[in-house]
Design a protein around this ligand. Structure first.
Ligand SMILES: NC(=O)c1ccc[n+]([C@@H]2O[C@H](COP(=O)([O-])OP(=O)(O)OC[C@H]3O[C@@H](n4cnc5c(N)ncnc54)[C@H](OP(=O)(O)O)[C@@H]3O)[C@@H](O)[C@H]2O)c1
Length: 253
């Protein structure tokens, strides 16, 4: 059985990945969708009736969740053609004003879970399979008031590049998707409301439907990084050539 696995599928960008896979990837027989909110995952069955949707309610910050996924894979022995590591969250504000639990949970979800899900999934991936790791423009340079979030996304970018290099000989591609701000549940959950940050109020929004579609297409064709929109491609270039101390002034949130 050829499957796709999408984490963080219950809203926003993750839901768009499920939509695009269900509409455009004919060889995929089943989509395993992972998140905590069971009812949201169940609702995907009705939204996308043309593909078998298999909801798996897991809190990916918990170590047992990787064991559960690993056991399910061992029992079904599917071929994972597409893995989308999308689950993630961020916070906005000074590090010393944030509670310890939130900061460490962010590392657990954005990095630990992404690493563990990749590790258990790779055993079921073959030539032609590919991974999309959802990263962010936050990975290009540090951003004050989003210190932990940016660091977690730098990890995702670095991990994706190295893994892509390693897996090339097996014919498995890894792409890091690096979007700018998208109007999903992410921004309010991070404490970014209209009026709370001039930078976020003015930054152009990325369309999650377009980002998901193009990321999957580029990943299937062997590309390593995809940054939607010319504006954020320019930011990526500038963050490579300018000192990060200066970039941090430009991108102050
Ligand atoms: N929106 C932006 O501005 C933006 C920009 C750049 C990158 N990104 C990245 O894009 C990805 C998707 O975010 P989004 O914008 O679509 O935000 P979102 O709508 O808040 O989606 C986040 C997803 O992660 C899941 N999730 C959160 N905690 C989880 C946990 N402990 N265990 C399992 N699943 C969990 C959520 O589902 P449950 O709550 O049901 O568990 C939800 O499906 C994230 O990695 C984010 O960092 C977002």
């Amino acid at each position: 059985m050829k499957i796709a696995v999408v984490t963080g599928a219950s809203s926003g960008l993750g839901e768009e990945f499920v939509r695009v896979i269900s509409e455009k990837y004919d060889e995929i027989e089943e989509i395993w969708v992972i998140a905590r909110r069971t009812e949201r995952l169940e609702a995907l069955k009705e939204r996308f009736p043309n593909k078998k949707i298999f909801p798996i309610s897991l809190d990916l910050t918990k170590h047992e969740s990787y064991e559960t996924l690993s056991e399910m894979l061992e029992s079904e022995k599917p071929e994972i053609k597409i893995l989308v590591n999308n689950a993630g969250f961020g916070t906005h504000g000074n590090f010393d004003a944030m509670d310890l639990n939130t900061q460490t949970r962010m590392v657990d979800l954005n990095n630990r879970a992404l690493t563990a899900v990749t590790s258990v999934s790779l055993l079921y991936m073959n030539k032609g399979s590919f991974i999309v790791n959802v990263c962010s423009i936050a990975s290009f340079a540090p951003t004050a008031r989003m210190a932990v979030y940016c660091s977690t996304k730098s990890y995702v970018l670095s991990f994706s590049k190295a893994l892509r290099f390693e897996l090339k000989k097996k014919g498995i591609n890894v792409l890091a998707l690096c979007p700018g701000p998208m109007d999903t549940e992410f921004l309010p959950a991070a404490g970014i409301e209209k009026g709370s940050s001039h930078t976020f109020d003015t930054l152009p929004r990325v369309n999650p439907a377009m980002a998901a579609e193009k990321a999957l297409r580029h990943a299937s064709k062997g590309r390593g990084i995809y940054t939607p929109s010319a504006f954020y491609k320019l930011y990526r270039f500038l963050s490579k050539v300018l000192p990060h101390g200066f970039v941090m002034h430009m991108s102050k949130t």
